[in-house]
Design a protein around this ligand. Structure first.
Ligand code: FPP
Length: 250
């Protein structure tokens, strides 16, 4: 079945994540301050979410602010935090109407109180929605998540709930902040850079990677669909041979 031309509705990735990169460079090219790029990036967030809903993606995770982003000039950090508050407040009605469940990963307790409040309120307001999960990674990094999961697991062991030799991959995943989301299948990065930058390190083990030269503020619905079409052209082997996979299909 094809809801969108050239996209096979039966093979849509359940979980797509995006490293939204290139806001600053795009703004510089326009002769504008970096925050102009971030502001224009909000439209790309809207379009990606719409495209994800249309394609049938169940979970969309966006790298909105990394643990490393605190080292940016204070003016840019403040402007980004203010933009997050105004965007969450202005979009929450629409998100709720469309059945979007907002979630966050990362240590959000360290966000400025206004940002934290707006986020928690929107998460609470949309908690019963089931169309799609929109996950904002805020004060997040993959290594932070693996560290905090290790701390929780150690605690669990010290309370005698578990023996260290019983630790398995699937069990470890349960302590990550992404435990409740579907397996990550597609990771998109804009702006021509080709690295993970400490994003979803554990989760990207078997994800397909899609890189585009477009800067984030230029990213549109068609670009999201293109990434899904590209994903559908790939053979996902999970360590098996192509022949083994064909034998399973037959
Ligand atoms: C990376 O571009 C972008 C960010 C660190 C922030 C992304 C934030 C938004 C798009 C704002 C709104 C988001 C939501 C979810 C409401 P960069 O600044 O690193 O660009 P550069 O590599 O060109 O410097």
């Amino acid at each position: 079945m094809k809801v969108i031309p050239n996209i096979d509705a039966k093979r849509v990735p359940a979980h797509v994540a995006i490293i939204m990169d290139g806001n600053g460079r795009w703004a510089s090219l326009m002769g504008k301050p970096r925050i102009f790029g971030h502001k224009n990036g909000v439209q790309s967030v809207r379009e990606s979410l719409e495209a994800a809903v249309q394609a049938g993606v169940k979970c969309l995770t966006l790298y909105a602010f990394s643990t490393e982003n605190w080292s940016r000039p204070a003016g840019e950090v403040n402007a980004l935090m203010t933009l997050l508050v105004s965007t969450i407040r202005s979009e929450v009605d629409k998100l709720d109407e469309k059945g979007v469940q907002l979630k966050a990963i990362g240590d959000i307790s360290k966000l400025p109180s206004k940002t934290h409040k707006a986020l928690v309120e929107a998460i609470d307001r949309t908690k019963d929605n089931t169309k799609i999960q929109l996950v904002l990674a805020l004060n997040y990094s993959g290594r932070w998540d693996i560290s905090q999961a290790s701390r929780k697991l150690s605690q669990y062991i010290s309370e005698n709930h578990l023996n260290p030799d019983q630790i398995e991959e699937s069990m470890f995943s349960q302590f990550l902040s992404t435990a409740a989301f579907p397996e990550l299948e597609l990771l998109i990065r804009t702006s021509g850079e080709q690295r993970l930058s400490n994003f979803l390190l554990w989760e990207s083990a078997y994800a397909e990677l899609f890189f585009t030269d477009k800067f984030w503020p230029e990213f549109r619905k068609e670009d999201f669909f293109e990434a899904i079409m590209d994903f559908q052209k790939r053979e996902r082997r999970f360590g098996k041979t192509g022949e083994q996979l064909k034998a399973v299909v037959r």
